[in-house]
Ligand binder design. Structure first.
Ligand code: AMP
Length: 396
């Protein structure tokens, strides 16, 4: 980064380009338009979730250099809402426009092995792991790391895709066979018997100011985030430690914009960083209503080099995802016009996706409730989610 970037401020009235037109881009544009920014998004599907609320959409594939050039020409600053941005496109955008987030962080977080090595070099605790280049190496590393462990593709995986838990040595060959087929590098990780999964989102602007959002406790179902509970139900010391780790990562990686840090908390109170995402994160959607500044507004502030907003929590909240199979029950619940429980405010967000495929993220509901138990009861009684994990969160 040059001196120039450190002092460069992008003011409202300017145009922000968003590579990717999904829900994260949509909520980013909604927050940024409120502040007076204009938005252009690039996405292959016409009428994308972000395109619906942006000033303009360029409909083209992400690796279409001509379309990326158009985006660069129309925008004063460019950001992205997913991390698998083509390296060549990222370099071209940086050349022709202003990409304050740079391409180094993307390069790191696009590859699990690079990410783990970078974290380790910064003194951040990660679960023991090994790079796997052959079936024989997998057998050797399983002996070293112990069972169970998790074999993952280093690139391209999300929501549990591209990973296999190996519980017995006999399962290794099949796991190797199926994951190595993609041609991606592989990583083996020790399975962490975590007590809770938490995440902290940090924001950093080019001037180096850093702020963290309150940690969310995350509950996954089939490797997809089901709900986030805030404040996370962990000791205060763990919350402070999680925030410190997120700040250290934001500093060490010279982040600009947001960095979401997913962590495992072990029964003995240790935190291991599992994964980073250099963008707004599903576990931060609660901030829209529950914090003084949302993660989306904060991202806009950070990339535009404005002062970061307060991240104070205004109210405890539980966010629950609406997947394809939950849309019709949610509509039925809305049509039933039930009176609102004065203790639980339900804020419905839908992303404007036409096809409600099973497991596809279609929206989320944030429940603002002083007592999380009331939010869990709401989730159970609404008839939208039939989810054992909600009961587990309740401690049933
Ligand atoms: P990831 O794609 O790495 O975020 O993994 C998705 C989910 O799989 C995590 O949120 C965990 O619930 C689980 N998981 C991933 N890696 C591990 C691990 N090393 N030990 C235990 N659980 C894991």
């Amino acid at each position: 980064m040059t001196m120039h970037d450190k002092d460069r401020i992008i003011l409202p009235g300017s145009t922000i380009g968003v590579l990717g037109g999904g829900q994260l881009g949509r909520m980013l544009a909604l927050a940024g338009r409120q502040m007076g920014y204009r938005f252009v998004t690039l996405d292959p599907s016409p009428d994308s979730p972000c395109g619906q609320v942006a000033d303009e959409q360029i409909t083209a594939s992400y690796d279409d250099a001509g379309a990326a050039r158009q985006l660069a020409e129309r925008c004063d600053v460019i950001t992205y809402e997913f991390e698998n941005v083509d390296a060549e496109v990222a370099a071209m955008l940086a050349d022709r426009s202003y990409v304050p987030q740079g391409s180094g962080l993307l390069h790191t977080t696009q590859h699990r092995l690079r990410e783990k090595r970078t974290l380790q070099a910064a003194g951040i605790p990660v679960a023991p792991y090994a790079a796997i280049g052959s079936a024989g190496e997998l057998q050797r590393e399983i002996k070293r790391l112990g069972l169970p462990c998790v074999l993952k593709t280093a690139t391209g995986g999300y929501d549990g895709k591209g990973q296999r838990v190996i519980r017995e040595a006999g399962e290794a060959a099949e796991a190797y066979e199926s994951l190595s087929r993609s041609g991606a590098d592989l990583i083996l990780e020790q399975f962490v018997r975590f007590e809770r999964e938490i995440s902290v989102i940090a924001a950093r602007n080019p001037r180096g100011e850093i702020k963290t959002f309150p940690a969310a406790e995350n509950i996954h179902e089939d490797n997809i985030l089901h709900m986030s509970i805030v404040p996370a139900r962990v000791p205060e010391t763990v919350l402070r430690q999680a925030e410190r780790l997120a700040v250290r990562i934001a500093e060490a990686l010279q982040v600009v914009g947001l960095i979401a840090v997913e962590m495992f908390l072990t029964p003995s109170g240790e935190l291991y960083v599992n994964e980073l995402a250099p963008r707004p994160h599903n576990s931060g959607h609660y901030t829209i209503e529950a914090c003084r500044t949302s993660q989306f507004e904060q991202h806009v502030r950070a990339i535009c080099n404005l002062p970061l907003g307060s991240t104070d929590l205004l109210t405890p909240a539980v966010m629950v995802n609406v997947l394809g199979e939950h849309v019709q029950p949610l509509m039925d619940w809305m049509a039933a016009q039930k009176a609102e429980d004065p203790e639980v405010s339900a804020k419905v967000h839908l992303y404007g996706k036409k096809e409600a495929k099973p497991k596809r993220k279609m929206g989320h509901v944030t429940l603002l409730a002083a007592d999380p138990e009331r939010a869990f009861n709401w989730i159970q009684s609404a008839g939208i989610w039939e989810n054992k994990k909600t009961l587990l969160a309740k401690g049933c």
